[in-house]
Design a protein around this ligand. Sequence first.
Ligand code: NAP
Length: 477
Amino acid sequence: MKKYQQLINGALVDSHSNQFIEVENPYTGEIMAHAPQGDEVDAQLALDAAQNAQDAWAAQPAIVRAQALKKMANVIRENRIELANILASEQAKVLPLAQIEIDFTADYFDYYAGWARIYEGEIIQSDRPKENMLLFRQPMGVVVGICPWNFPFFVMARKVAPALLTGNTIVIKPSSETPATTLEFAKHVAGLDLPAGIVNFTSGRGSTLGEKLVRSPITAMVTLTGSVEAGTRIIEGTAENITKCSLELGGKAPAIVCADADLDLAVKAVVASRVIFSGQVCNCAERLYVENSIADEFTEKLVAAMKAVTYDSPFADPAPDMSCQVSHSQLEKIEAMVDLARKEGAEVLCGGKRPDMKTGYFYAPTVLGNCKQDFDVVRNEVFGPVLPVLTFNDLDEAIALANDCEFGLTSSIYTANINKAFEAINRLKFGETYVNRENFEAMQGFHAGWRKSGIGGADGKHGLYEYLQTHVAYIQY
Ligand code: NAP
């Protein structure tokens, strides 16, 4: 069994508490690794290291800082197979998808390294003669990055890459559910000969180590990807020091299928979106609105496609469409939501139970018919392979139902009519809308949720600017 350490101030260290978190392989049920259960002392050491390193790091030209990102990309590529195996094991992510996450993460570091010569300040016209106004973009200082369990490796890079490139230093806290891949990477980072303290990988619970990182006056910015509950805690924790927070939280993505859509394409995309990583993806179709005139035909095709979804070990060959849920508690949560939907009047069109598997926290791909807008399963994030189906009469109604939601992360529409597509794009109140494709964002885009899905966002130019503050100089000559 692997025993991991934290990376603090350039050195691999055990936790101050000397306690460990057991990392479970959710498919086998075995404990596959021990991760440090860092406490407040570890948090303070990491913050101090990041603070001490920050001025010198910010003083380096951006192109020099970019070298650190390139080194990280390279070390990920050199260890891509091992990292993917750990990722697939610690969270039951099917191996090809785990490999995509690892490779995409390396590309992500390279992508932001490329911004070194691109991001700029501004020269603003002054109201006074013989004066220049210069707007500088400068680093925040010490950033704390708190990661979820569902894309633990990629989300780590989504925080580390833009933070370091812009001259911040960073302390990362992975989810205590899935810390292994990140801590394996930390081992490799320790060998990269980077300035001590610029990037620190801690490990521990959100309620102790996490709270300390968030509430510290050293922390200039907290970036969290996680649940609305954790987001609320971060807002409370950062209030005391008026610390900036960037929050990427849950979603409840609507998928709208119009009668003129290519129905086979829509079925394929919606099913792929709903079952990828066993439905545990923030931006994937969580509720389906189908135009009345095609509802029966579409639902029939949908149920057939969901019944055909394969599930097995994350390492099975050929790879199944999905594996099991990340934990027993997630499985129980999904089960409880489907049971409640049944009581509220939903009809289980397929699935609706744990399948007969020898091992793993499996929930069968499920379609729920007869759903109403006020059902819990339509209003709240399931985070499992469960799709409630509702119907609509016209586009106005579909848009109103889609917008009637506390979350505003992503949305999608399937139609052959460009006017309908633009009408929807202009009226859907979500950070992203996908037309005739499944939900997935690009690194050069901007992933940002409306309403309870978050504050701020990640990726691309706008994601980079999250890590910079402005400084205006007025210069008389
Ligand atoms: P979570 O339970 O909220 O945990 C996220 C992280 O926050 C974990 O590292 C957790 O630590 C930490 N945390 C919890 N309470 C904290 C506190 N008081 N102070 C500091 N840190 C704290 O979320 P999750 O279950 O890992 O992830 C699933 C959720 O993330 C879903 O809602 C999903 O939609 C969302 N998500 C959103 C996006 C997006 O881009 N918008 C992307 C991926 C996932 P512990 O692990 O120790 O509890």
